[in-house]
Write a protein that binds this ligand. Structure first.
Ligand code: MN3
Length: 205
């Protein structure tokens, strides 16, 4: 059984960048619903119930066809949100990216400014609901998007940074102003955690 873990900060801790009501609904309603529907799907896939969420998403093809879409959507929703909660937090603890991560971003994108331009462009260009990711793959660092709740893990990538661009993540405060939400997101990134994820991705390949 997958369960909803508490956040390690209060729902209002990200204000004014992300409002408390959005955080509470997003965590207790949206994320919880993905978990409930994943658990329901796994009742019909006991071998999958024994796997970690990462193993499930890395091996979607082995899931029986009757539950594969549910595992992809709701397992992805669970994994994506679990990851997201760890890389955002209070602006007061945002910090800065590690020297190694900055060097890698400069190498891959030309400069931090160009990295953020590319990030913004991907976030605004994503039609409908989905996620923007900084990932490590066989070809190094890249920014990718996934539709719906598809996980970058299912594409064989290791996520380092992620942004939920479903409207439920920002609509109460930002309505149609996705660009303002993307800008606000930068204030609440927890760079120590993102830098740790980057280090792990470098050591795993
Ligand atoms: Mn969401």
């Amino acid at each position: 059984m997958h369960t909803l873990l508490p956040l390690n900060y209060a729902y209002d801790a990200l204000e004014p960048h992300i409002d408390a009501r959005t955080m509470e609904l997003h965590h207790t309603k949206h994320h919880q619903a993905y978990i409930d529907k994943l658990n329901a799907a796994l009742e019909k896939y006991p071998e999958g119930a024994a796997l970690s969420i990462e193993e499930l998403l890395r091996n979607l093809k082995v899931a029986p066809e009757e539950v594969r879409t549910a595992v992809r959507n709701h397992g992805g929703g669970h994994a994506n949100h679990s990851f997201f909660w760890t890389i955002i937090g209070p602006a007061s603890t945002s910090g800065t990216p590690s020297v190694a991560l900055v060097a890698a971003l400069n190498s891959s994108f030309g400069s931090m400014e160009k990295f953020w331009e590319a990030w913004q462009s991907k976030a605004l260009g994503l039609f409908g609901s989905g996620w923007v990711w900084l990932v490590k793959g066989g070809d190094g660092l890249s920014i990718i998007t996934t539709a719906n709740q598809d996980s970058s893990i299912s594409e064989g990538k290791t996520p380092i940074l992620a942004l939920d661009v479903w409207e439920h993540a920002y609509y109460l405060s930002y309505q149609n102003r996705r660009a303002d939400y993307v800008t606000a997101f930068k204030n609440v990134i927890q760079w120590d955690e993102v830098s740790r994820r980057f280090d792990l991705s470098m050591n795993s390949r």
